[in-house]
Design a protein around this ligand. Structure first.
Ligand SMILES: [Zn+2]
Length: 57
């Protein structure tokens, strides 16, 4: 009962998207795969939450 534990550890920002939840993706078109711009993409590392997935839970 006297043991104190951090119930809520500080959320670690996702290293892939740096906490934004999305990542820039280069949009390519044509056979030569010419880059025409960038598009915001869903970060697959944190699934768009911006927080690094906690392990051991
Ligand atoms: Zn992320």
């Amino acid at each position: 009962m006297a043991t104190r534990k951090n119930a809520k550890p500080k959320p670690v920002p996702c290293p892939v998207c740096e906490g934004s939840g999305d990542v820039p993706r280069t949009v390519r078109v044509g056979r030569k795969r010419r880059a025409v711009g960038e598009q915001s993409g869903f970060c697959l590392n944190c699934l768009g939450t911006g927080v690094a997935p906690a392990d051991g839970e």
